[in-house]
Design a binder for this molecule. Structure first.
Ligand code: PLP
Length: 355
């Protein structure tokens, strides 16, 4: 049997799904924690497991308090609604998830003006921010109240911003009277990749949203971490958008399990991404360099026709991934794909690319 036959047989058993780190399923231990969770009515603040999860999240992020919300999108939306009123401006990256992938919720539900700045797959520069900021005494301009940053940066190939890069922008924002919100859907990836505490990445940041349902492997949920006063105000907005849950301890227990067991292992996902990138590069595929990479690998083909052919051929062999541009794809490493299967997927992609 050739190595290719072996891989094909292996794959017919179970697809290797690298479309996102959101696809992980709760492990047996996580399910056990869920089934044993103590619960109460969280809208009344009476669910002890939710309270424990919020305390743990706040402690890890170095903030006074946290609020459990249903998703990353809801975490960002509730945070923005808490920071900004109608007609206020929020500065968002042109490549950011908040601007591109959250249904325009900030505009649709908050009447917030999305002031777009170049982020080039990482963080905006101070000079671009200075250019964007309008004079305060001119009635033509919406006034910016908030600067939003994304760490890691999804469209930036999982770029992890450093504490120093974040601190420079926080200093800039506070110096101009703006608050700072971090979309930290994958903040723990950024922390693990740089061997720094997650709290160091959000020092002096006014609010941060972290996802429990991505690399950390919980089935749902995010936390908004901030000052106690901000969290109490955010609680009103969470209720208004229908995010007040009752016996939420059952799902919060999964989030708590994730924070207690699944942070350090993100390093394995990063190592798998590094190996996959190597295989693809050696196989002749175009893989853009990412300054501080984490669990994602973006790669491309010379043209769109070749890209479609490659995607279809890989799907046939049960290697699943998403297209992010006409000639570009994204692979995301996660808890449910080990070293061997990640490498197998990369080899199949190269085989199909070479034809
Ligand atoms: C950077 C970033 N922010 C926010 C979200 C939204 O999270 P959710 O899918 O839980 O709404 C995602 C989801 O992939 C994301 O990648």
């Amino acid at each position: 049997m050739s190595s290719v036959d072996y891989l094909t047989d292996y794959l017919t058993e179970e697809p290797i799904d690298l479309k996102s780190d959101t696809i992980t399923k709760p492990s047996a231990e996580m399910r056990k924690a869920m089934s044993q969770a103590e619960v109460g009515d969280d809208v009344y603040g009476e669910d002890p497991t939710v309270v424990r999860l919020e305390e743990k999240g706040a402690e890890l992020l170095g903030k006074e308090a946290a609020l459990y919300v249903t998703s990353g999108t809801q975490g960002n939306l509730v945070s923005l609604l808490t920071h900004c009123g109608r007609g206020d401006g929020a500065i968002v990256g042109k490549d950011s998830h908040i601007l591109n992938n959250e249904g325009g919720g900030l505009c649709a539900l908050g009447g917030i003006v999305a002031m777009q700045v170049e982020d080039r797959g990482s963080l905006p520069s101070v000079s671009d921010l200075n250019y964007l900021l309008h004079p305060k005494d001119n009635v033509h301009f919406a006034q910016a109240r908030l600067l939003c940053l994304e760490n890691t940066h999804n469209r930036g190939g999982g770029y992890a911003a450093s504490p120093e890069e974040v601190a420079e922008l926080v200093g800039w924002a506070h110096g101009h009277g703006l608050a700072v919100h971090v979309d930290g859907a994958r903040l723990f990836n950024a922390a693990v990749a740089q061997n720094v505490e997650p709290s160091a990445l959000v020092k002096d940041v006014d609010s941060v949203q972290i996802c429990l349902s991505k690399g950390l492997g919980a089935p749902m949920g995010s936390l908004i971490c901030a000052s106690r006063d901000f969290v109490e105000r955010a609680r009103f907005w969470r209720k208004k958008v229908g995010g007040g849950l009752r016996q939420a301890g059952i799902v919060a227990a999964a989030g708590l399990y994730a924070l207690e067991h699944n942070i350090d292992r993100l390093a394995e996902d990063h190592e798998n991404a590094r190996r996959v990138k190597d295989i693809l590069q050696k196989g002749g595929l175009r893989v853009p360099e990412v300054g501080r990479p984490t669990n994602m690998v973006y790669f491309g083909t010379p043209d769109e026709a070749r890209a479609d052919k490659l995607l279809a051929a890989c799907r046939k062999r049960r290697v699943i991934f998403n297209k992010t541009a006409p000639d570009t794809f994204r692979l995301v490493m996660h808890l449910d794909v080990g070293q061997e299967r990640a490498a197998a997927a990369a080899k199949i992609i190269v085989e199909e690319y070479r034809g």
